[in-house]
Design a protein around this ligand. Structure first.
Ligand SMILES: O=C[C@H](O)COP(=O)(O)O
Length: 236
C-alpha cells in the first residue's frame, strides 16, 4: 500500500520526502479538507521532489461549477502535479458529479494523458449534503478518472471509520477494483487503521494529521520521523 502525505509548503514536503512518502500531495488545510494551494507552491514542491516520486495537488472542496473546476485542474497540471484530486463537495448527485469530473478529466488529459485524475468523495457526505460516498466508484469510472477516493469533509477528530465501517469500505475498494481503478482512503487515519486498510485491499492511504506534530493537522507540522513510522506500517 502506498503512503500519500499532504504537505502545505516546501519545508513540510521535504520532511515527507525524507520520511519516505510515496506521493507528495500539495494541500492548503486552511481552505478545507481538500483545500487548494497556490500554483507557485505546487511548482516549488515539484522542483524539490525527486522525479521518481509523484506529486499530487488537490483543487479544493469544489462547488458544482465544472468550468471553474476544469480550469483549476488545468492550473494544477501545468504547475507540475502528476495527480489531480477533486473534492466533490458541491455536487449533489451522481449526474452532477460525473458531469464535473468529465470536464476535469478532459482538461487534464488534454495536457498529458498520463496524468492521474482522482475523484474524491466524503465518508461524512451526509453532514455536508455532498454526493453519497458509495457512488464515488461509479462516478470515477463513468467520467474517465483513474482513482476513486474517500476523505472526511469535516475535520473534527472523527475518522473515516467513524462514518463507514470496515465492510462498507471493503465494498468500496472491491467495486473500484472491479472497474480497473485504484482506490485511495483518508480521513484522520491513525497508525492503528493502517493494517485494516491493507487488509481490505486499499492501494493508497492518505494522511496529514498522523504525520504532523502532536497529530495536529492545523497547528502541527509534518515530521520525517512520523512519516517513517507510517511508511513502515504500509510496507509490512
Ligand atoms: O489526502 C489526505 C488528507 O490530507 C488527510 O488528512 P488528515 O489525515 O489530516 O485527515
Amino acid at each position: 500500500m502506498l503512503l500519500l502525505v499532504s504537505p502545505k509548503d516546501v519545508n513540510e514536503a521535504i520532511e515527507a520526502i525524507e520520511g519516505g512518502a510515496d506521493i507528495i500531495d500539495v494541500k492548503n488545510p486552511v481552505e478545507g479538507s481538500l483545500g487548494a494551494n497556490f500554483p507557485w507552491v505546487i511548482k516549488e514542491i515539484r522542483e524539490v521532489t525527486p522525479k521518481n516520486l509523484l506529486v499530487s495537488a488537490t483543487i479544493g472542496d469544489v462547488p458544482y461549477k465544472p468550468g471553474t473546476a476544469a480550469l483549476a485542474a488545468m492550473g494544477a497540471a501545468i504547475s507540475g502535479a502528476d495527480y489531480i484530486k477533486v473534492g466533490l463537495y458541491g455536487t449533489k448527485s451522481y449526474n452532477q458529479a460525473v458531469d464535473l469530473m468529465k470536464k476535469v478529466v478532459k482538461a487534464v488529459k488534454d495536457i498529458d494523458e498520463n496524468k492521474i485524475v482522482v475523484a474524491a468523495g466524503y465518508a461524512d457526505a451526509y453532514r455536508v449534503g455532498a454526493v453519497e460516498p458509495l457512488v464515488i466508484p461509479k462516478v470515477a469510472r463513468d467520467s474517465g478518472c483513474d482513482v476513486a477516493m474517500l476523505d472526511t469533509a469535516i475535520k473534527d477528530g472523527k475518522t473515516l471509520f467513524d462514518h463507514l465501517d470496515k465492510e462498507t469500505l471493503r465494498e468500496f475498494v472491491e467495486e473500484t477494483h472491479r472497474y480497473g481503478l485504484k482506490c485511495a482512503l483518508a480521513g484522520s487515519i491513525k497508525k492503528e487503521h493502517i493494517p485494516i486498510l491493507k487488509e481490505i485491499g486499499c492501494d493508497i492511504v492518505g494522511v496529514r494529521g498522523a504525520a504532523c506534530t502532536k497529530g495536529d493537522r492545523n497547528e502541527g507540522r509534518i515530521e520525517r520521523e512520523l512519516v517513517k513510522e507510517l511508511v513502515e506500517l504500509c510496507r509490512q
